[in-house]
Design a protein around this ligand. Structure first.
Ligand SMILES: [Zn+2]
Length: 340
């Protein structure tokens, strides 16, 4: 094992709970951070500063002006640049001893095997519940510790799921959680949640005891702090790894280059409401069935490829041969039809 620059990490090394040997071992640990917004940008920069040797960062978003008031590692001059590239550059300059693998794609059913390869721990810093469940399921299957974090207005929560209960034991997939994009966020709550996630991740990596099966909950509007014991749910999908695997591997996204422009029917869902709010589902079903006609492949697309994935799952369960276009409209122009 290579040595480390002890001066850089001195304030950690002199803690008896850490010491030189554990600090040195951090250099060989590989952490995946999904999402580089208010939580992920902070977590990745600090994990690099702490000396975690390999970081895989995944985010397909670009820096927007409304990010800057809380995502302070992005600067005015970074506007419109890919977040993954900006954070990689920041880390390379802050701690050149850390290797950064920056991926500017969304995590999806099509790429999770590659993204989770050889990872010691995954940190959820996304703001979409569908992605949190995907991270949860993949980490359960591959037995990777999963640090969960979530922020909503003045509220936040964090937990480390490992070897017992999972996110599905706590929340139903149909739980209606609006994102920061839709509901706003009080910046100090994102700092608090990222700090708890950092602490849990680092303690796990260093082998320092941490509170297992505990959900930490904060409400900064009322200045209240709670912790709950997370009990494994006997009816949770995580009790049956085979059906969890089935749900992960059965639904496939499709890349734009694999769409057959002559034979596949690309159906645009951009103007269709989310599945749970769709009051005209019967009408849509009829339309999709008539298009599929028992032989055509339907490729659903939407703005980013999340809503289309929900619909693809729904219609697959009805026996329609369908896919979801990865990255939706962001993957480029493709001829499509939609609801008149
Ligand atoms: Zn579970």
């Amino acid at each position: 094992m290579e040595g480390i620059n002890i001066d850089r990490y001195l304030r950690h090394v002199i803690l008896p709970e850490i010491g030189y040997q554990k600090q040195k071992e951090l250099k060989n640990r590989k952490v995946l951070i999904v999402g580089l917004g208010a939580l992920g940008s902070v977590i990745s920069v600090y994990l690099a500063a702490f000396g975690v040797g390999y970081l895989r960062l995944i985010d397909f978003d670009r820096v927007s002006i409304f990010n800057l008031h809380r995502q302070v590692f992005y600067k005015q001059k970074d506007l419109s640049k890919k977040k993954a590239k900006v954070i990689k550059k920041y880390i390379n300059e802050q701690n050149p001893e850390v290797f950064v693998d920056a991926i500017d794609q969304p995590l999806s059913y099509a790429n999770f095997q590659k993204i989770f390869k050889d990872i010691d721990l995954v940190i959820d810093a996304t703001d979409r519940l569908s992605r949190k469940f995907l991270i949860n399921d993949v980490s359960k299957i591959y037995r990777i510790p999963f640090v969960f974090g979530s922020i909503y207005r003045f509220e936040g929560m964090a937990a480390l799921f490992w070897d017992s209960a999972c996110l599905r034991c706590l929340f139903n997939e149909r739980f209606d959680a609006p994102s920061c994009e839709d509901s706003g966020v009080f910046t100090p709550i994102s700092i608090a949640v990222s700090s708890i996630q950092l602490s849990l991740a680092l303690k796990f990596l260093l082998g320092i005891p941490f509170k297992k099966n505990t959900l930490f909950v904060f409400d900064f509007l009322y200045d209240s702090f709670f912790e709950y014991t997370i009990k494994p749910n006997k009816s949770c999908l995580c009790n049956n790894i085979e059906s969890l695997k089935d749900s992960l591997f059965r639904i496939r996204d499709i890349e734009v280059k694999k769409v057959n422009k002559d034979l596949d029917i690309v159906f645009d869902l951009s103007n269709v409401p989310a599945l749970k709010n769709n009051r005209d589902l019967k009408k849509l079903e009829e339309k999709v069935r008539s298009l599929a006609n028992g032989k055509n492949r339907i490729v659903f697309k939407c703005r980013r490829g999340e809503k289309s994935l929900e619909y693809a799952k729904y219609f697959r369960n009805l026996g329609v041969n369908c896919f979801s276009l990865i990255n939706g409209n962001e993957s480029g122009c493709i001829k499509s039809i939609g609801i008149e």
